[in-house]
Design a protein around this ligand. Structure first.
Ligand SMILES: [Zn+2]
Length: 376
């Protein structure tokens, strides 16, 4: 067996104890104190490795945990090691479902998504600190990934602009694959303003907003392009008041997913350009792309190639997948950074009661990350 991997496997117990302790600090997105406690648990451990950590305040939320090389790194740009401190589990979940270890499996709220990944970052940097000098890195753990990153999005993007690449430690795809692509997502609200009138006496004076949106629902459906991986779904439609009134107002809400920014822009342009079919109706469109895609482009594939080479050297299998769900890695990708996601441990059950981490994957991901960082 590879010597480096063997060394990390000898520490598997420390890793699982660290993960257990971190999972026992409940940190729902909506609980700033809990998120801060998780950050405070990790910060001194990064400091002990030669990093300078900092809790950056975020209005109305827990802090961002940021850690940088204390000694600096000249002109070299750091690699961002991205993760989130928050979980989807409300306080009290732990009392009902405490951390459980059965053989190779740790079942705990927040273990797989994504405290396991935070532990991988910590131990990978520990391994590198022991091998010699730490490479230039910026650890960036966020407080609100699961709900809405608006309060720190700009600060995060500014930090990303100063980095050479981004590795995100969101959980591996079940089975261990890393994520080389994620679809972007967006939403639209289409509002039809018609003219109400008496359905019996003055039908011709009205302009039916519901009939208008029925046309528009059919008009947006063909924007789906299954071959390219773009989808459009009209999910909500509402309007009208009574059967004997021509409806003056109706609204349609739709979701769209896209593999590339170009595809997102294509859908945006088409929806913004919708023209009314019913005489006398005016259309109003709100919304657009919200989460950019992690594009499976050359830059991302170049990081994946390095990860694959590191895995080969360690004697570990590694594969890649493209998934539908979003993560903050997409913002790095949209800024042009080579970006790889899903470097966290293997397991299953994100946002589900059977959420668990497969413990043997912790030292494997630690060794992989340490080797990958040496190659970037
Ligand atoms: Zn996550």
């Amino acid at each position: 067996m590879n010597e480096l991997l063997q060394k990390e496997r000898a520490r598997a117990h420390d890793m699982s104890q660290c993960l257990k302790a971190l999972c026992e600090i409940e940190s729902p997105s909506t609980d700033p104190a809990g998120v801060e406690a998780a950050a405070r648990f990790l910060a001194p451990q990064f400091d002990a490795l030669g990093l300078a950590s900092e809790l950056v305040a975020v209005a109305g939320a827990g802090p961002v945990l940021r850690a940088k090389n204390r000694a600096g790194h000249g002109d070299a740009k750091p690699v961002m090691l991205l993760g989130h401190l928050d979980t989807v589990w409300p306080k009290g979940t732990l009392a009902a479902r405490p951390v459980r270890i059965d053989g190779d499996r740790m079942t705990a709220p927040g273990s797989y998504d994504m405290k396991g990944g935070l532990v991988v970052v910590l131990f990978a940097l520990r391994a590198l600190a022991e091998r010699g000098a730490l490479p230039p890195v910026t650890v960036y753990f966020t407080p609100l990934e699961e709900v809405d990153n608006t309060p720190y999005r700009k600060a995060m993007e500014d930090e990303m602009r100063g980095c050479s690449a981004c590795l995100d430690f969101e959980p591996a795809f079940p089975g261990g694959a890393v994520k080389t692509g994620r679809k972007g997502s967006g939403q639209f609200l289409v509002r039809a303003h018609g003219i109400s009138s008496h359905a019996g006496a003055d039908l011709a004076l009205g302009a039916n907003a519901i009939v208008e949106l029925a046309h528009q629902a059919l008009a947006v459906q063909p924007l789906t392009d299954a071959a390219r991986g773009t989808s459009v779904n009209v999910g909500v439609i509402r309007g009208g008041t009574r059967t004997n009134v021509v409806p003056a107002l109706a609204e349609l809400e739709m979701d769209f997913r896209y593999p590339t920014l170009d595809e997102g822009r294509r859908v945006e342009a088409a929806v913004r350009g919708l023209q009314p079919h019913v005489k006398g109706v005016r259309l109003e469109v709100e919304g657009g792309m919200s989460y950019p895609p992690l594009e499976r482009n050359e830059r991302t594939l170049s990081v994946y190639a390095e990860a694959k080479a590191a895995a080969d050297e360690l004697g570990l299998p590694l594969s890649e997948v493209v998934t539908g769900g979003a993560s903050e890695a997409s913002f790095a990708s949209a800024l042009g950074l080579p970006t790889l996601d899903g470097l966290g441990p293997d397991g299953d059950g994100a946002h589900a009661v059977h959420e668990h981490v497969l413990l043997p994957s912790l030292p494997e991901r630690v060794a992989l990350t340490a080797d990958l960082l040496e190659r970037l």
